[in-house]
Design a protein. Structure first.
Length: 298
């Protein structure tokens, strides 16, 4: 069935950020890329308007087989897209999908851009380049994406068209699987984060009630009215300031005889290590340790 430029323009205007015009023209990998990046971060969607007439003509014409040994012309927009999308996929994996290695996510982003249209690249070498460059640059996403993009561009090639093309139902199924693989882990991470925030809000009144009690007991201890702070869960009072100090030193990973500088240094290092914002995959444990460190330091 012949494709209409008017229909393609209408789909570009109404759902171009989700790649509807690419689905219409049979450019499924381009459509998946647009869905995952909202039209190439908006700029790619505007750029599509210039190319729509040519894409419609290509969709209505006979399949064009590449010449034997021909290599695609190096495209600066494609290279820039591989660099940006690779870093973007790696960042998403690092923040929201902890069980996916960021180098693998970078490689998938670069490969997705490299496979748009009638082009492709050597997948195995791109994957190897992503992991090796990640080790070399100590996990830096942008340098890793840059090195992976260079390998993908060096091994660029034409891909023969699929003949006959798959039916629309199969194409939509493949698109749905791609979107689910990208979005489901992010949605789960968002739900876990929301549950963690809700738990913090729900326990806040209890904490606000305990803090005045601790402050009052510390004041009485300083005045000499009482000899030590109570310990919850053991019944009655504790064994005094020496026992509480020893417990605080254990929490901070120190021993008796340490200096004030040692206490401050250990506290700063452990607070950075157990800050809840840096441990979203184990939020409850991080929050408990963070509170213990603050109490021990006080």
């Amino acid at each position: 069935m012949a494709k209409s430029l008017v229909v393609a323009l209408g789909l570009w205007a109404l759902g171009g950020l989700l790649g509807l015009h690419h689905v219409y023209l049979g450019r499924d990998r381009h459509a998946l890329l647009w869905i995952l990046t909202l039209g190439g971060f908006g700029a790619g969607w505007l750029w599509d308007l210039w190319h729509l007439p040519g894409w419609v003509a290509t969709a209505n014409g006979p399949p064009r087989l590449p010449e034997s040994g021909a290599v695609p012309i190096l495209s600066p927009p494609r290279v820039a897209g591989q660099l940006l999308v690779g870093a973007y996929f790696g960042l998403v994996a690092a923040l929201g999908i902890p069980w996916v290695p960021p180098p693998l996510a970078v490689a998938l982003g670069v490969l997705l851009v490299a496979s748009v249209g009638d082009q492709g690249t050597n997948r195995s070498r791109v994957l190897v380049a992503a992991f090796l460059s990640s080790l070399l640059f100590q996990g830096g996403l942008l340098p890793t994406s840059l090195a992976t993009t260079a390998v993908a561009a060096w091994h660029r090639r034409f891909e023969p068209p699929r003949d006959p093309p798959p039916p629309l139902s199969a194409r939509l199924c493949h698109l749905g699987l791609g979107v689910t693989a990208f979005g489901a882990p992010l949605a789960w991470g968002g739900v876990r984060g929301a549950l963690g925030v809700a738990g913090t809000v729900l326990t806040l009144p209890l904490r606000m009630g305990v803090l005045p009690l601790r402050a009052g007991w510390a004041l009485l201890e300083g005045l000499g009215v009482v000899g030590g702070a109570p310990e919850v869960g053991r019944g009655g009072t504790g064994s005094g300031a020496n026992e509480r100090r020893q417990r605080a030193l254990e929490v901070l990973g120190l021993h008796r005889g340490c200096s004030a500088e040692d206490i401050q240094r250990s506290y700063r290092e452990l607070v950075k290590l157990w800050h809840p914002d840096h441990n979203r995959h184990r939020a409850q444990e991080a929050e408990r340790r963070f509170i213990e460190l603050q109490e021990a330091y006080e």
